[in-house]
Every structure is written in C-alpha cells, then in structure tokens.
Design a protein around this ligand. Structure first.
Ligand SMILES: [Ca+2]
Ligand SMILES: [Ca+2]
Ligand SMILES: [Ca+2]
Length: 611
C-alpha cells in the first residue's frame, strides 16, 4: 500500500498549487481555470436554491473514468471527468478522492496539497479548514491526470489539468477507485457522485478453446478471451470478485454449456466485469460477443432441445432438457459491456443469453451496457432473475421466447438514442416462439417492478410488444419515453391469451401515446388498446412517473437517477401489486425498479459510460 501511495504522491504533487492569496481573491490559477469560483454574494442564495433542488429534482451530472480497468506495473493510469450542470444553478463544492475498494481506505486530493493524509478531508480547491464553492462547470471528457506522450493504445493524448499520468507500481494488486463528488456549497450533502473502478494486476492470461476441468480465474490477473470459449460439463468455472475479463476479438464469447457451471460471485464493492479490450473512450457495441448460459431446463421446442440461433448444430451450442431445477451456477454483481458481435447474418449475441437455464441458477445484479442485440434474452427455461440493469442495448430490454416460465423482479432499462434500432423495444418483447405457434408451455414470464425509459430518438419502437401467442404476467411496470405505444398487443392468439387471463398487464404506469398501437381485430387499434389496458386490465395509469431523472437526455443517462420523486404516482400504495409468495418475488411498496432510498443502480457497482 505504501508503495502505491508513494507513486501517487509523486504523480499528483507535480500539479500546480494555488497560493493562499489566490484562494482568497478567487483569482484564476492553473489549478482552477476550468471552474468559476462562486462569489460570496451568491452564497447567500445557496440554501434556498439547494432546498428547491431537493424538491424539484434537477441535480448536476458527473461521470469520472479511468482510461482502462486493469493495469500491469508500469502502465499509465489516466483520469477524466464529464460534468453537466443539468439546470443546477447553485454553487457546489467539488471533491476528488482515491479509495481502496477492498479496505475502504480513502485519500482526498487537493490542488494545493496533492494527496492528503488519511485523516484529512478537503474539497478540490479549498483546504482542510475551509471549502471553495464553485459553479458547476460544463466539461466533456476533461482529462484531469494524463500525459500526451503515453502510448496511444492507453492514452487520451492530452496532458491532464491536474497533472500527468499515474504510473502503476508492481506488487500491489488490488481494486481501487477514483471518486468525484459534487456536494452542496457547505461541502456537506452529496448532490452527485461518480466512481471509476480499476485494478492493479500481475499479468494477462489468454483463454482459448474448451475448459473441461474445474478452473478458477483470479482477480490478480486479467483474462483475454479469443474466439468461442466453452466450459463443458461437468466442469465449473469460478471467477473471483473483482476479476476483469476482456473479449479479445469480435467472436470472443463465453459459452457455459449444458451440465457446466459458472460461479461468478462478485460483490457490490468488487463486481466481476466482462468488457471490450479497447481503451475507455474507444469502446463500442460489438467489440466482442458476450456471455451465454445453456442449461437442461425445459423449453417448448418439439423434441425438448434446440441449437442457439446463428450457431452450428453441435452439442456445445444445444440447450433444453427435462430438469426445471437445473443449475448453471451463479451470476452476482456481473457487468457485461460493449458486446453483441454478429455471429451470423442478423444474429448478434445478446448481453446475457439464457437458453434452457434452470431455476437452480442464481442471477442477481447483472448489468448489460452497450450491447448490439437484446440486453437479456431467455430461450425457455425456468431461471429467475433480480436486479437487472440494461443500458444502451440496441434491441429489446427483456426478450422472452421458447416457453420461458420464471420470474423477474427489479429491472432498470434505459435506451439511448445513439444505440437504438428499429424493431427494438425498451421494456420487453415476448413471443411464444418465432411462428406464434401453440407449443407448450407458453412463454409465461412473471415480471414485477421494471422501470424502462428512453432518450428521444427517431428509431426504436414500443415500450413492450406482446405477440406471437405469448402469455405472461406483468405488474408494477413503469414505461415512459417510448417512440411508439408504451405497450402493444400484436396479434389474435396473444389477445386470446389475455382474454383467458393468461396474459396480464396490471398495476403499471404506461406513460405515452397509444396512437400507433397494434391490435389484432379492428381498424381503431389505438382505442381498443386503451380500452384493454385501462378498462379491462386493472389499475394501469397513463401518467408521468415523476422520476428524479426528469426527461431523459443522454447526459442524464451518464448518472441515471430512476428513483421516484416524493409525490410520484409510483409510490401510491393503492396502485402497487403485491407479488405472489413463490419463494423468489419480494413484497414491495412501489412501482418500478427502484424504491425510495434503495437506489441499487447508482450504488457504485455499475458503469454508465457511453464509449
Ligand atoms: Ca436476441
Ligand atoms: Ca430481440
Ligand atoms: Ca426486437
């Protein structure tokens, strides 16, 4: 630890310090030229403005990023910052600190003194004895620490405003982060916080072919997958918390085959990350494939098994069986970023593909960021899932098919305009199968507490499309911002299922226009859809859900606050459905993915980068 800090001190103290006189006068100096100091007269208004902001919601947006997630000794660590006032006019204080994500040890950084001792706290421009309030600056990918001379593979090519790159020491493997906080003018209340996690590792380990014996991937290495990598039954692949795995090429995809297991038990502080091998800022959807789980649980395909779409008819790509309680392992605090490579024409790998996965599998806290296809897709199976986060997926949020029959609770789904395509739906697309056949069991997901929002764009479709003879139970959803109708039922068999009570959409906030709804049997499809959703179904409302985020913009999705504001209709107990006690679904007192004070999306494990 001491050696790391020595290196940090050396790197950081090189920045220009403010003199006491400069601080008193508010004069521009090299450390502070990118912000505007708030004059004392303005500070009189601070309390009023801050109280107003507390009620009405607009908060500044901040995002801090390192140039890479893992470093071997000697590699340069750079840090950059994006800030948007987002309508917040009152002065704030800016805090920058380094933290050990394993031990919690924290060191504040200050432009005058560099890294402070563990016992001291200061805002970026002030001192341990007093803060320096500033107006929220507007910064886009502003490099705080960096050297233009670093190799282009890892560098943003700009010298940092606060100093040069930090050089990573040897023998100090571990998980760390830089954190930026915007606090109120007194330095007390945190208005916005962003953390950039990274680890120091020993080496890169390439992975190819098929894993046939029990194997553990450890957090002191980074793993680089090449082409299709399989785990064959009965082997178990165990991945330590905090481990980072890169897809080394476009086809790089990890298949957990029938009878095999993945045990990826990350934690809130040490998530497991699968991501693009490119430098932060140069990443995009399709940089690699993603993660595929194939199991032995029932699917509704004749013969009981199927080959995953786009893949050759071989046992390692086959899924489905007779064991509803089958386990493919554990995914807990796992991120899947910048995947979705096209393995065949129009066949991209989903963020998380679940083919015939059984209810013995644990899926809780999984993020998909910037995937070219669906965020999450189920091909049959019985696996349940909680705390799913999908951001900037190109196709559907939750795609159900082939007789899936499990439960999903708490899913936050955000579409971005920059990555949105036709026939894509923010919340869900649910089919019994591709032909709308009667194969049993019908696709019948039990889905509670989803929040799905979308940044305005000219493409993208519905909130949810229920079609091709699907059944399903959808409760406590919040759907807002869809280009077309928030929910649409597309064909006659699906509507028949709804009439029989096998397809239910109740207790949901469906906010938007239904003018372009599809409906099976009438010229006036919009009217019939409205009648069906708001009269035949129970306790649905077409109202603004009053989320803290406000109207979604791309910048706001860099720190997406989906929590319902005080007074939100999502908190009206009369409209909240209580899930059946099936051993998985939990009692709730809110609609949508996030309850007041339970913001699992912004708790520090997830990533919201746009590149
Ligand atoms: Ca798909
Ligand atoms: Ca899809
Ligand atoms: Ca679709």
């Amino acid at each position: 630890m001491r050696r790391i800090l020595c290196v940090l001190f050396m790197a950081l103290i090189g920045s220009q310090a403010l003199s006491a006189a400069e601080l008193r006068d508010g004069r521009a100096s090299r450390g502070m030229e990118w912000v505007k100091r708030a004059p004392a007269s303005t500070l009189m208004r601070v309390a009023t403005d801050a109280n107003l902001a507390e009620v009405s919601g607009p908060r500044p947006i901040v995002q801090v990023e390192t140039n890479y997630y893992t470093y071997v000794p000697g590699e340069p660590l750079q840090l950059r910052l994006t800030v948007d006032p987002n309508g917040y006019g009152a002065p704030v204080t800016l805090y920058l600190y380094w933290e050990n994500r394993t031990t919690g040890e924290r060191r504040y950084y200050n432009v005058s003194n560099g890294t402070l001792p563990a016992s001291q706290q200061s805002d970026l421009f002030g001192s341990t004895s007093g803060v320096v309030p500033v107006f929220v600056p507007a910064l886009k990918d502003f490099v705080l620490f960096g050297s233009s001379t670093d190799s282009s593979e890892l560098s943003w090519g700009i010298n940092g405003a606060l100093g040069g790159s930090m050089t990573v020491p040897s023998g100090q493997t571990g998980l760390y982060q830089w954190v930026v906080e915007l606090r109120d003018a007194a330095g007390k209340r945190v208005l916005a916080r962003s953390n950039a996690m990274y680890s120091y590792i020993d080496q890169t380990i390439g992975v190819t072919g098929t894993i046939t014996t029990d194997t553990t991937w450890t957090a002191n290495n980074r793993y680089l997958l090449h082409d299709f990598v399989g785990v064959a039954g009965p082997a178990t692949l165990t991945i330590q918390p905090g481990t980072v795995i890169y897809g080394g090429d476009g086809r790089a995809t990890l298949f957990i085959q029938r009878g095999a297991k993945i045990v990826a038990e990350g934690t809130a502080r040490r998530p497991i990350v699968f991501t693009s091998p490119q430098r932060v800022g140069s990443r995009a959807q399709k940089d690699w494939g993603s993660l595929v789980l194939l199991g032995n649980a029932p699917i509704n395909v004749t013969g009981g098994s199927a080959v995953l779409e786009g893949l050759p008819s071989q046992p390692q790509y086959t899924f489905g069986g007779q064991n509803a309680a089958d386990s493919s392992g554990v995914l807990h605090y796992v991120r899947l970023e910048f995947g979705g490579f096209e393995i065949a024409t129009n066949q991209e790998i989903n963020g998380l593909t679940l083919g015939g996965v059984g209810s013995g599998t644990v899926i809780d806290y999984v993020e998909v960021l910037h995937n070219k296809d669906d965020a999450f897709e189920w091909f049959g199976g019985t696996v349940n899932a909680k705390h799913l986060l999908g951001i900037a997926f190109a196709d559907d949020g939750l795609d159900f098919d082939f007789g899936y029959g499990g439960s999903v609770q708490y899913a936050a789904l955000i579409k971005r305009a920059e990555n949105d395509e036709g026939d894509s739906n923010i919340f869900t697309e649910s089919d019994n199968n591709g032909l709308g056949g009667t194969e049993a069991p019908l696709t019948n997901p039990k889905v509670y507490n989803v929040t799905s929002v979308r940044v305005s764009s000219g493409t993208g479709n519905y909130g949810g499309v229920l079609r091709r003879n699907t059944a399903g139970k959808f409760y406590n959803a919040v759907v807002t911002g869809s280009r077309l109708a928030p929910i649409t039922l597309r064909d006659a068999p699906t509507f028949t299922n709804a009439g029989a009570g096998d397809l239910v959409v109740n207790n949901s906030i469906l906010n938007g226009s239904f003018a372009d709804s599809q409906f099976p049997n009438s010229a006036d499809r919009a009217d019939q859809t409205r009648t069906f959703l708001f009269t035949t179904m129970t306790r649905n409302r077409n109202v603004d859900p009053l989320l803290a985020m406000g109207t979604p913009t791309l910048t706001r999705t860099l720190l997406p606050d989906l929590e319902p504001l005080e007074g939100s209709p999502a908190l009206d107990a009369d409209y909240v459905a209580q899930p059946p006690d099936n051993g998985f679904l939990e009692a709730v007192d809110f609609q949508g993915a996030i309850g007041p004070g339970q913001n699992w999306v912004l708790s520090g494990w997830a990533n919201f980068s746009d590149n």
